[in-house]
Design a protein around this ligand. Structure first.
Ligand SMILES: [Fe+2]
Length: 181
């Protein structure tokens, strides 16, 4: 289940109800899928063939289509990142800068862990959402954020898009960000 860390105060928010309530107040969509549905040979696998990717997508086909029909997503894919990914360090460096998009950014984690850093309301400031398998999150359009890996540097996630161009990152220069650690 996802956990929150508020960067300015180092306060942690845990427990499904509290996390849901906090994210709802920040207008961030949070849902949970049953990651146990994955066949055991795919549960902790981060180097995936095209066939395995298709199998993961079909395992969650009902959840994906339900989310897509409620929220207008038209396409989806699966990304897998791990130390086996070429240039992972370079990629992470690129990921870890605050930006915005013209459509919401949706990730459904099917294995591993990831973290969204999001600019919250004035009174909250930046907060981290630590995600694990089963967690589904959508960061609203125009909300500054970035997504990166956690210490284990392994993730598999479904991405859903309204239009692929909507996902282009627009850098968000924020002097407040570096202070909020
Ligand atoms: Fe983004």
């Amino acid at each position: 289940m996802a956990e929150i860390r508020i960067r300015n105060t180092d306060e942690r928010i845990t427990g499904e109800q509290n996390v849901r309530q906090f994210l709802e107040n920040q207008e961030v969509l949070y849902e949970h899928w049953n990651a146990e549905k994955l066949p055991s040979n795919l549960k902790d696998k981060f180097i995936l063939s095209d066939e395995e990717k298709a199998e993961i997508l079909s395992t969650f086909d009902e959840e994906i289509r339900d989310l897509a029909s409620r929220r207008g997503y038209k396409t989806w894919d699966l990304i897998a990142l791990s130390d086996a990914t070429p240039n992972l360090d370079e990629l992470l460096k690129k990921f870890e800068s605050v930006h915005t998009h013209t459509e919401d950014e949706v990730r459904a984690i099917t294995a591993g862990k990831g973290i969204f850093v999001i600019k919250g309301s004035e009174d909250v400031g930046y907060f981290d959402v630590e995600l694990e398998a089963g967690d589904v999150i959508s960061v609203p359009e125009t909300i500054p954020h970035f997504f990166t890996l956690m210490e284990n540097r392994q993730i598999v996630a479904v991405r859903l898009f309204i239009e692929t161009e909507g996902w282009i990152a627009h850098p968000f220069e924020d002097p407040e960000f570096s202070k909020a650690k």
